[in-house]
Design a protein around this ligand. Structure first.
Ligand SMILES: NC(=O)c1ccc[n+]([C@@H]2O[C@H](COP(=O)([O-])OP(=O)(O)OC[C@H]3O[C@@H](n4cnc5c(N)ncnc54)[C@H](OP(=O)(O)O)[C@@H]3O)[C@@H](O)[C@H]2O)c1
Length: 507
């Protein structure tokens, strides 16, 4: 086996597309492997929320501009080309050709030792414009005069990947689908974790290796299989999928655009590419790079990894800016808004004219005998309905009327996180077509106390979406009332002030 050169670590890698899905996840892997990293981005601002931003150099450059690209490549040993223009303005194939040529020439002039490009698969049949363009970029890299590796992947499974998000939304939102013929096309998906494994290893391949490699996971599946298996892993019912011959790629991309939040301009080239069968024709990469120790992830495992963060309810990491670097399959705070599945939010904020400690007392004492500070009848009815369908209802109350600990129950919620004087997050344990959280935050600045309340709902399938929209008209009464009620309770002069609602049963 012609294995990667271990002494390669410590070298300088340039990661282009660092604001994108693959690039943003590759950077921490390279750092962990001991490389120094410079990120190239059209706007440095787009990188600043990344957890690794303080550990890398940043070069602002546009790959279609020779001068800035040449500067970004100065002193670079290995350059990763992770750029594409689909979803952008104008004709993507022309832009991609120009960017790839400019970059390849600048890399040669700069004396770069290796290029690594990740593109799509290029089967020997009439290719979609997207795959044709990706293949053209691959040839430009191989012809650049710099030793190049062109990794060819089909659908990449990981939260935030455009093709995975399309699959996720279609499956979650449509229990019954009339689909085009392309749902029968065979595909060999690969987990993002394994793509990163091959990308990192490619940086250290010996200079004489200059060629393309197909990379794929262990499963070959039709798009229909992928939807059914996704549904099973996500806890959804089996989907009814009826392929019909009349739906053209254009019509189906309009339909995908309407059903999913993936922007139409991005969805269309991806949908058009689904007519091409994308299965590895060789597995030569194994001669140079061994598979990961735990083996290549199968489709279900890759989906499970992608859904894990939501399942574990670590909503803070996915949906707010505070973030610790997690597994590659996890969402990043810099992912586009449409990534990570649907998350509905009801957010309320108020200034509270009371000491911070008093507001915290009210927050920590919520539920149980003190109730939920709004619309008591609605909370009681919700509790009864929950019990009728086998849920826990409101009867659990709380252990201590004033103090809470992680893992304790509060009526039909459980304390998921508590940071005294700062944050209380409850996770719903009532019967729901999805996952729900209720979050209370407080902050103090210049003597002013602010109270922020968020209700978060991650729907499961169509029933989840219907549930959210059915109750949306009542949110002002329930969540708005709760926000006002909590603030009001804190603003009462004495500690003996009683909240207005007493919805839950005594323990
Ligand atoms: N995601 C998948 O499922 C998948 C599957 C197979 C292969 N791939 C390949 O993986 C590579 C990366 O894909 P991705 O999913 O990470 O894409 P992505 O999330 O859409 O990111 C594209 C990146 O390209 C950058 N970019 C575009 N035009 C540029 C220019 N002129 N100069 C500098 N930067 C430019 C963008 O930067 P801005 O922030 O400035 O826009 C962005 O960072 C692509 O080659 C793609 O074909 C992806």
């Amino acid at each position: 086996m012609d294995t990667p050169d271990e002494s390669a670590t410590g070298r300088l890698c340039l990661v282009t597309g660092a604001s994108g899905y693959i690039g943003g996840r590759l950077v921490p892997e390279l750092l962990d492997a001991g490389y120094r990293v410079r990120c190239m981005a059209r706007s440095a601002r787009r990188l600043r929320d990344h957890p690794w931003a303080g550990r890398v150099e940043i070069a602002e450059a546009d790959a279609t501009d020779p001068a800035s690209t040449r500067r970004a490549l100065d002193g670079v040993d290995v350059a990763f080309y992770l750029i594409h223009a689909i979803g952008g303005e104008g004709r993507f194939s022309e832009t991609d050709r120009r960017a790839a040529r400019t970059f390849a020439e600048a890399a040669r002039d700069a004396g770069v030792g290796r290029l690594v490009y990740l593109g799509g698969m290029a089967p020997e049949e009439e290719l979609s414009p997207h795959l044709r363009s990706r293949a053209e970029v691959g040839r430009i890299m191989l012809d650049s005069g710099v030793p190049a590796v062109w990794l060819r992947a089909a659908v990449i499974i990981g939260s935030g990947s455009a093709s995975f998000e399309m699959l996720r939304y279609l499956t979650e939102r449509l229990p019954v689908m009339v689909t085009p013929r392309w749902v029968r096309t065979r595909i060999q998906p690969i987990a993002i974790r394994d793509v990163l494994h091959y990308l990192v290893a490619s940086a250290a391949l010996p200079a004489h290796v200059s060629r393309g490699f197909d990379i794929g996971g262990p499963d070959v599946l039709t798009y229909r299989d992928m939807m059914q298996r996704y549904a099973a892993v996500a806890g959804l019912r089996r989907r009814l999928i009826i392929p019909v011959p009349v739906l053209s790629p254009r019509l189906s991309s309009l339909w995908v655009g309407a059903i999913t939040p993936v922007p139409g301009r991005l969805a269309r080239p991806l949908v058009e590419s689904l007519r091409n069968e994308v299965i590895c024709r060789e597995h030569d990469i194994a001669r140079y790079v061994p598979p990961p120790d735990e083996g290549l992830a199968g489709f279900e495992h890759a989906v499970r990894l992608a859904l894990r963060r939501v399942r574990q309810a670590d909503v803070a990491t996915r949906w707010s800016s505070a973030s610790l670097p997690g597994a590659p399959s996890d969402p990043l705070p810099t992912d586009p808004d449409w990534a990570g599945g649907s998350l509905f939010t009801d957010e309320r904020e108020r200034e509270v004219r009371a000491p911070a400690e008093r507001l915290w007392e009210v927050i920590e004492g919520i539920g149980g005998e003190r109730g939920w500070y709004s619309f008591p009848l609605a909370w009681s009815v919700r509790g009864v309905l929950d019990r009728m369908v086998g849920g826990v209802g409101l009867r659990r109350g709380r252990r201590d009327p004033r103090r809470l600990r992680i893992g304790e129950t509060v009526d039909f919620w459980r304390v998921e996180e508590i940071g005294p004087g700062r944050l209380l997050r409850l996770r719903a344990e009532m019967r729901l077509p999805g996952l729900a959280w209720l979050e209370f935050r407080m902050s103090e600045r210049d003597g002013r106390v602010r109270y922020t309340q968020r209700a978060l709902f991650h729907p499961r399938g169509l029933p989840g979406h219907l549930y959210w929209w059915t109750f949306k008209p009542f949110h002002d009464r329930i969540f708005g009332g709760m926000c006002r009620g909590v603030a009001h309770a804190a603003e009462q002069p004495t500690r003996t002030s009683r909240p207005r609602a007493t919805a839950s049963a005594p323990r």
